[in-house]
Write a protein that binds this ligand. Structure first.
Ligand SMILES: N[C@@H](CCC[C@H](N)C(=O)O)C(=O)O
Length: 329
């Protein structure tokens, strides 16, 4: 069959958008999994961190489903939601929309750029859940905020939060980014283990100065990515909980693919909301031919490159120089 794709990215976290809303595709979940495994492979196919399937919704303007590169389905994707938000806003000729995701209907709005004239969207990250059973994380506790977990590491302190996909966050110093600790820990908690039976996204975070963080994430179902939107949102929230940053104040989050901005809202002692603001950049569109029952062979019939990445590259350069200076890496 022929499938139309748009290759997009948010902070260099890259995805194929497949529109099931306007095209007459009839995918099963096995097809979606197979498509993710086939198309996201960077050695044998076009390559991406995941696929964002856009479909009709009974309760919102559209529905987004996220499949990671390993074929697993995620409940949310912050960088992906900005890309889907742009796609659906353009399709419906609207400046703001509601997108149905696995666990919540989320507000998305076209926003003022945070760098140059780059297409920018603000997305709601919700719900925010600290109950460890929601991740799930099994360590015989109900919540974990800035505490040691001897089963995981003898020095680091961790916070666990679901937004609603699961995140394990630790604030570290510069040397930690040069060590292999994040890789070893992430591979352990994303392999067969009793603490995180469904795996978890693992972020190492550096507080740079008030209103600025650097976040590096090993994503469940993918590995190290340039950036993870929900991880940067969750890390911003944790930075407010730990009093590094302030609620309702902009937090610029640097990552290996650029920079986003987060705003953390404290509704009361138990309820929080986060806005994630950043680019939604299109790289190309393409039509491919693929057999769903033998998806290893992918033929690209047509590919049109967009020119907007040239402008985005200025933000990438700016962010990487800043990270190099601040972290000496
Ligand atoms: N890159 C995403 C998160 C994608 C899902 C994640 N790998 C998971 O399995 O939870 C983001 O920008 O939030």
């Amino acid at each position: 069959m022929n499938i139309k794709l748009i290759k997009s990215h948010g902070s260099g976290n890259d995805f194929f958008i497949i529109d099931e809303l306007s095209n007459n595709y009839h995918f099963t979940d096995t097809d979606r999994k197979q498509l993710a495994l086939a198309l996201c492979n960077r050695n044998t196919a076009l390559g991406a961190d995941g696929i964002l399937f856009v479909s009709a919704s009974d309760v919102a303007d559209a529905q987004m489903r996220v499949f990671n590169a390993d074929g697993s389905e995620a409940s949310m994707c912050g960088n992906g939601l900005r890309c889907v938000g742009r796609y659906v806003c353009d399709l419906l000729e609207k400046d703001d929309i509601i997108v149905e995701t696995k666990k919540a209907n989320l507000y998305v709005k076209k926003a003022e750029p945070i760098f140059g004239e780059i297409p920018t969207y603000r997305v709601e990250i919700s719900p925010v859940l600290f109950e460890l059973e929601k991740l799930p994380m099994n360590i015989g506790k109900q919540v974990l905020i800035n505490e040691q977990v001897p089963e995981l590491d003898s020095d680091l302190t961790f916070t666990a939060v679901a937004v609603p996909n699961p995140h394990l966050i630790t604030f570290v110093d510069n040397d930690m980014f040069k060590s292999s600790k994040q890789k070893t820990l992430s591979e352990y908690v994303n392999g067969p283990n009793d603490i995180f039976p469904d795996g978890v996204n693992v972020s190492f975070v550096k507080f740079l100065k008030k209103g600025e963080l650097y976040v590096r994430t090993f994503e469940r179902g993918v590995g190290f990515t340039n950036a993870c939107g929900t991880a940067m949102s969750a890390s911003s929230l944790v930075s407010c909980l730990l009093a590094f940053n302030d609620y309702e104040e902009a937090i610029d989050v640097y990552n290996n693919g650029g920079k986003v901005r987060c705003l953390v809202h404290k509704q009361d002692d138990k309820h929080y909301g986060i806005d994630l603001i950043g680019n939604a950049t299109y790289l190309y569109d393409a039509t491919i031919t693929i057999e769903l029952n033998n998806p290893t062979r992918v033929t690209i019939n047509e590919k049109n490159e967009y020119s907007e990445q040239d402008q985005y590259a200025q933000l990438e350069t700016f962010a990487s120089k800043y990270i190099e200076k601040e972290l000496s890496i």
